[in-house]
Design a protein around this ligand. Structure first.
Ligand code: BGC
Length: 910
């Protein structure tokens, strides 16, 4: 009997252990190549591979990985058919692991899968296979020519969009077909009547003279025996109006370059390429301009133009256009797409009698029109962000941008129209040409770079939640292939300063690594030979640049992307540009290490009293410039260290030290008072590390005193992003929260109380009486002040990156409860998985729920906690994780591995 019981116990034990012995293992999923899921047409010579580990238990770390790669999914299973096999590689790296197989060839597709070992001595199953496909690596492989229309069509004020077509037939079984397309101007491509992709604004906006993107489409399923291939070209950024009153900035002729590669089942292949056999014509798009909108005459439609069998006898022959093919590069950023649809919330008759749809949200994209009427009837749509104080449609702040779509009906039934090569920033749509429209006649099509949403922030204050929503809408609207200042007026340019201050917030909201990787390459491409960085990227201001805080985007954005994604390549690739920028400033600053007397934008749009030079800087520009000179120089030094340039590391560290000394001699009293006694000056000096010793505490006190004295912020584009973090870093939480929750001008919440649904360019874009600030510069969708978002995620919710283990490999969960907030929390999808950090105060107890992804670790900082009274997942900490917890003066510090933890403890009585 005893024996039996023992046996029974053994069986029971084995049974209990079975899941971990047999089934217990983590999964590997979400495979990505260069941040993209199954990309086709990339040109990274050795692409980087990433995966996520889906753990089945707590505290999972990868100890080794194995990757295998082959030409087909089946070949993955045969060792002798692999093109690359990493073997079991001892490593905890699961993000951006470099492909190390044989050199990749143009158009080659590689399937890959991965399995991992973990710290519990278990091996996962192989992941599902993923793939990537190379683009055209050798310009010689561009068999296609650039083709264009006879220039006659471009005469006069209006320049119609251009239609191109060609027919071809296929007699063999098709295995795969790939379309490679680019253009001077924007294109939309079609095969047999269908658009080849949902990508918009292709080929994207780059420094067109040296970098022109092409896209690759899998069109295998679109081909038949008889085929027609076609494309429409519009002016876009290439030759449309851009900057202020400039046309043809990059060139005055549109051109298409396209090649279709068809691989047949019998192993042979064919190319269909743009050449002189193509035909071209104008069509129904009479004009299409990014700033001005589109005029479309449906009576001129050419039904079937992009299908086989169309009579193109009246179409023109095309001309070959001579243009470099060496500049063609793959598209590795995220595509622009129509991401969302909005229904109008109401129809308004304004006091002036205008008929206006209210979309309920300031958005970017266009309006889809549904209309029935007679042939030749015209419907006009105009777009505005705001109504004026009388409730009338207001467009003065759009300056020269006409922002108008005209549609001429063809008649004979319901017609649906969407423009092709324009976008508008708007909340209100004025309609003319329809007597009594219905709400369903307009749909808002929201368009932006289709980045992976990664962050959410929610708290107990609905105004702050609306602020967060405004920040995210501001990002959507202004991340349309390049990061723009605003999306509506005659500007919409890649202003470097705006992007620089907003980048960390952007990286919490969405995965912006591929987006900024592309844009930074354009920055390097447009940087002047002497290292000066243009104000806007792509540069359409003819090299104008070199302003502190703006041009420093060259050094700061690569660093931001590195810290938030752990991406060393962006540092390596941008290093020459970072260094060239600092060397340029070094030349300007000269022997005394002070960067003085150059023109700068300063603390742009800072709060200022009536008797100073508003808009402008009340913080001395030389101080701002020298502070940034120091910061960028330190980043160059640190970067040099990371990528292995020891000499540069030292040289730039020495330079930084000299700048710091010079800064202190020139701008700081021994007591830590700055010559510009402003919030911006203190925020800069403290957060860039320009002060030392006792000065730090004193300067922080000056800053906090100033905030209390004014009772509000006084900062502009340069100071505002740093203000709350600097206060928090130095223990002035109360002041930071006071600024956040202030509802009166100037503050983050004032626009929210005025009904803003995006971030305004100015603290007082619209006054409480409904009147407007300067009509010449008053955007209602400008993300720069949205840079407060980083503080919400990083401090209020508490998700803080550790630059020593970038990309959230190790991070801090360090919540800063404050103000009247009862709860706040954020979730962040990192390259490893989701981090969660949510706290709630109920009575005198603090509840903190966190999630730490597999293959990462976190240091958790629990404010005011006492170890004896702390529970984790319902158990006293001493029983659960005692050895991982440390009592400190300000609370408890925990070192945790992956998992979900509910932490609870009583708060002290104050
Ligand atoms: C833009 C800003 C930009 C600034 C330079 C403005 O016209 O809209 O956002 O940074 O110029 O100061």
């Amino acid at each position: 009997m005893k024996k039996n019981i023992q046996l029974f116990r053994v069986v029971l034990f084995l049974f209990a252990m079975a899941p971990s012995l047999v089934y217990g293992k983590s999964k590997v999923a979400n495979l990505r190549c260069e941040y993209l899921s199954n990309p086709i047409g990339i040109d990274a010579p050795a692409p980087r591979l990433s995966w996520q580990i889906i753990p089945d238990k707590e505290n999972v770390m990868q100890t080794a990985f194995e990757i295998r790669a082959a030409k087909t999914p089946k070949d993955l299973l045969k060792n002798d058919r692999l093109v690359w096999h990493s073997g079991k590689t001892e490593s905890d790296q699961s993000v951006n692991v470099r492909y190390a197989g044989p050199e990749l060839k143009s158009m080659e597709r590689v399937y890959w899968q991965v399995r991992i070992w973990d710290n519990h001595n278990r091996v996962s199953d192989w992941s599902e296979p993923a793939y990537w496909e190379m683009g055209i690596l050798d310009p010689q492989l561009w068999q296609a020519s650039y083709i264009g229309m006879n220039p006659e069509i471009n005469k006069g004020e209006t320049r119609p969009a251009q239609y191109y077509r060609k027919e071809f037939s296929i007699s063999k079984e098709v295995q795969t077909a790939r379309l490679y397309v680019s253009s001077l101007g924007l294109y939309q491509a079609y095969i047999n009547g269908q658009k080849v992709s949902d990508r918009l604004f292709t080929p994207g906006w780059t420094s067109y003279r040296t970098r022109l993107q092409y896209q690759v489409y899998d069109v295998t399923s679109m081909l038949a025996s008889n085929n027609a291939i076609g494309a429409i070209l519009g002016d876009g950024w290439y030759r449309g109006s851009i900057g202020w009153g400039q046309n043809n900035y990059y060139g005055d002729r549109l051109a298409l370059i396209l090649q279709l590669r068809i691989d047949y089942a019998d192993g042979s292949s064919d190319w269909i390429v743009t050449d002189q056999s193509w035909k071209a014509s104008a069509g129904p798009i009479l004009t299409s301009e990014i700033y001005h909108g589109e005029t479309y005459d449906a009576r001129l439609e050419m039904p079937g133009w992009n299908r086989p069998g169309f009579d193109d006898g009246k179409w023109q022959d095309v001309e070959l256009i001579s243009h470099s093919k060496d500049i063609l590069i793959a598209s590795m950023s995220v595509p622009v797409r129509a991401v969302q649809e909005l229904k109008p919330v109401r129809l308004i008759k304004t006091p002036k009698g205008e008929t206006v749809f209210d979309m309920g949200q300031n958005m970017v994209g266009w309006a889809r029109l549904k209309v029935t009427g007679n042939k030749g009837d015209r419907v006009t749509l105009k777009f505005a962000e705001v109504l004026d104080k009388n409730g009338n449609f207001y467009t003065e702040n759009l300056r020269a941008a006409r922002v108008t779509d005209h549609y001429f009906l063809k008649g004979g039934g319901e017609e649906i129209y969407e423009p092709h090569f324009t976008f508008h920033g708007f909340r209100f749509v004025k309609i003319e040409g329809i007597q009594n429209p219905g709400l369903d006649q307009i749909t808002g099509i929201v368009i932006h770079s289709d980045m992976e949403p990664t962050g959410t922030f929610v708290c107990s204050d609905s105004l702050i939640n609306q602020l967060q929503s405004n920040i995210q809408w501001g990002q959507r609207g202004n991340f349309l292939d390049v990061p723009t200042d605003c999306p509506q007026r005659d500007e919409r340019l890649g202003w470097t300063g705006d992007a620089q201050v907003f980048a960390p917030t952007a990286a919490f909201n969405y995965n912006v690594a591929p987006f900024f990787t592309k844009w930074m390459k354009d920055l390097a491409a447009d940087q002047l030979d002497n290292g000066k960085v243009p104000h806007v990227i792509p540069d359409v201001l003819r090299g104008d640049g070199g302003s502190a805080a703006w041009a420093d985007a060259a050094a700061i954005i690569p660093w931001t992307i590195y810290t938030l994604y752990g991406d060393v390549d962006i540092l390596r690739n941008q290093y020459p540009s970072m260094k060239a920028w600092v060397d340029y400033v070094k030349g300007r600053a000269g022997e005394d290490y002070l960067w003085t007397n150059d023109p700068h934008f300063g603390d742009w749009l800072a709060y200022s009293t009536a008797n100073s030079d508003y808009p402008g800087a009340t913080t001395e520009k030389d101080l701002i410039a020298t502070a940034y000179y120091y910061y960028s120089t330190s980043l160059v030094s640190t970067t040099a260290g990371i990528i292995g340039y020891a000499e540069d590391e030292k040289a730039y560290a020495d330079l930084a030290e000299n700048i710091k000394t010079a800064f202190n001699n020139e701008f700081v009293t021994p007591n830590g008072r700055l010559v510009s006694h402003t919030q911006t000056a203190y925020a800069l000096a403290l957060s860039f590390g320009l002060l030392s010793g006792e000065q730090i505490e004193k300067a922080a006190r000056y800053l906090a005193d100033d905030v209390r004295k004014f009772g509000h912020l006084t900062t502009g584009f340069v100071g505002a992003p740093l203000l709350c973090k600097t206060l928090s870093d130095h223990g002035y939480e109360r002041e930071a929260f006071m600024l956040l929750t202030n509802k009166r001008y100037p503050s983050w919440l004032y626009p929210v109380t005025q009904g803003a649904t995006t971030i305004w360019e100015r603290w007082d874009g619209q006054k409480p009486d409904g009147s407007f600030q300067d009509k010449g510069m008053n955007s209602f969708n400008h993300y720069a002040y949205g840079a407060i978002g980083e503080w919400l995620y990083r401090y209020v919710a508490g998700i803080r990156v550790d630059p020593a283990a970038p990309g959230f490999k190790h991070f801090f969960l360090d919540p800063h409860p404050g103000g009247d907030l009862e709860h706040a929390g954020a979730k962040l999808q990192t390259m490893y998985g989701v981090i969660e950090s949510s706290w709630r105060i109920a009575g005198d107890s603090f509840a903190y729920d966190i999630a730490i992804p597999a293959n990462t670790t976190a240091t958790v900082i629990l404010p005011f906690a006492e170890k004896e009274r702390l529970t984790v997942n319902g158990k006293p900490i001493q029983k659960a994780l005692n050895e991982k917890a440390r009592q400190e003066e300000t609370g408890v510090k925990l070192e945790l591995g992956s998992g979900k933890y509910s932490l609870r403890y009583p708060l002290p009585h104050w």
